[in-house]
Design a protein around this ligand. Structure first.
Ligand code: AMP
Ligand code: GLY
Length: 429
């Protein structure tokens, strides 16, 4: 199978890594890719947002499968353009990707499907905003209605800050605060059949102890030893299958990756948000544990044959990923700094630990430079979370990038609790 992956972040590097290890994949291409992906796939300098150009590249490469990684090309209709050329594509149509692209649309779908989520108001005027903030009280949850790379959400006890963020948005969703730990659960779907992956937890805040601003994600781990073993079945029945069924009924069938961001509240599971693509950095740990070859699974979703796909196989072990971000991320990240130590990780820590590139590029001399806010993620596997975590941080310690930052507490509490008290580990908030 010849596969073309669209995108160039750590998620796409994780996808390309798994695809490169799949014996069914005979050729692997990526556009635009990054310095790390170049080691496992052939790169093409095509604009990921240009559906016509992507479809032409896929046809020229005789691709059997195109995998669209990030949300922006999905919302721009890149999967539609590829599908229109008759090439199987993993990724929803622009219409269905509105599940992520518009928080208001997602709320409508959930209401129609009876999916549990936070109560909310969609506001466009200052008066509506004041009314909604008063109705819920603190802590306030204020979400820009459009795509904001995980950074359009403000959760605060400060009414003035909540109001200022809401007034800065054209259309804003104000909603009830959900308490309880968060879980990311991904499902692969062809629009009818739904195959859940293993749950993961990511760390959204920039600094240790869940302090600082929200980011795209600073680290993740899987499995979740503290979660109810029936969680995946419950979310399948109450969230994933009803949402996929509703989107089909609605005339916008969703095929690709349905990502449910969940809060496990005192009153049960609630959807915080949906995404229309693999999450970053959770993908790094979920794919590290998936033993079923990836290409066949994504191809089955792209061709509507998921219903007969064999049960997925998973490693019993654990995976942890730690993100290394640029100086000043998520504000105004500095780029262009040299990254050292990548070869040391490859030499000393592989195959249990490895680096997945996010924002990187090579300069003329071949040196790898930072080129984005999140620069790298170091992923490691092990028989348990403690081992995976130690391996990840040992590899992180070999990498140097001037001014960079990373959290030192990814999976720390859960590993400690799992090691100490059987599986009754306290979840990270
Ligand atoms: P979102 O972009 O909707 O995933 O929101 C980003 C982050 O904001 C989530 O991962 C949560 O940590 C937090 N958040 C969003 N909605 C809520 C809510 N209703 N209650 C509490 N926290 C929330
Ligand atoms: N890890 C959060 C996201 O991918 O949106």
């Amino acid at each position: 199978m010849k596969v073309l992956v669209i995108g160039g972040g750590a998620r796409e590097h994780a996808l390309c890594r798994s695809l490169s290890l799949d014996p069914d994949v005979s050729a692997l291409h990526c556009a635009p890719g990054n310095a790390g992906i170049a080691e496992v796939a052939e790169l093409h300098a095509v604009d990921a947002l240009d559906g016509t150009a992507v479809a032409e590249l896929a046809a020229a490469l005789e691709a059997d499968l195109v995998v669209v990684g990030p949300e922006a090309p999905l919302v721009a209709g890149v999967a539609d353009a590829v599908r229109a050329r008759g090439i199987p594509v993993f990724g929803p149509s622009a219409e269905a990707a509105r599940l992520e692209g518009s928080k208001a649309f997602a709320k409508d779908v959930m209401a129609a499907a009876g999916v549990p989520t936070a109560r909310s108001y969609v506001c466009t005027t200052a008066a509506e905003i004041d009314e909604a903030l008063d109705a819920f009280g603190a802590p306030y949850v204020v979400k820009d209605d459009g795509l904001a790379a995980g950074k359009g959400v403000v959760v605060t006890d400060d009414a003035e800050q909540a109001r200022a963020h809401a007034n800065a948005c054209d259309r804003v969703v104000i909603e009830e605060f959900l308490d309880g730990p968060e879980v990311s659960l991904f499902a692969v779907t062809d629009g009818e059949s739904v195959v859940p992956l293993q749950p993961a937890q990511d760390f959204k805040r920039a600094y240790d102890g869940d302090a600082g601003p929200n980011t795209g994600g600073m680290g993740a781990y899987s499995p979740l030893p503290w979660a109810d073993p029936k969680l995946v079945d419950e979310v399948m029945d109450t969230v994933l299958q009803p949402t996929v069924d509703e989107l089909r009924r609605h005339g916008t069938p969703f095929s690709g990756l349905l990502y449910a961001g969940l809060a496990i509240t005192s009153r049960g599971v609630r959807v915080i948000e949906f995404n229309a693509r693999f999450g970053d950095p959770e993908t790094q740990v979920v794919l590290a544990r998936l033993k079923t070859p990836l290409a066949g699974l994504l191809h089955a979703a792209a061709t509507g044959t998921l219903g007969t796909f064999p049960t997925l196989r998973w490693s019993d072990g654990a995976a942890v990923t730690v993100v290394i971000a640029s100086h000043n991320y998520p504000d105004t990240p500095r780029t262009g700094d040299p990254i050292e130590g990548l070869a040391d990780v490859a030499e000393h820590d592989a195959p249990e630990a490895y680096v997945l590139h996010a924002g990187t590029k090579r300069d003329g001399s071949g040196a790898v430079l930072s080129a984005g806010g999140r620069v790298l993620s170091v992923t490691a596997t092990g028989s348990d979370l403690t081992t995976a975590r130690q391996r990840a941080y040992r590899a992180v310690g070999r990498i140097s990038l001037d001014g960079s930052q990373h959290r030192t507490d990814i999976a720390a509490k859960v590993a400690e609790a799992a090691a100490g008290a059987g599986d009754e580990a306290a979840p990270q908030a």
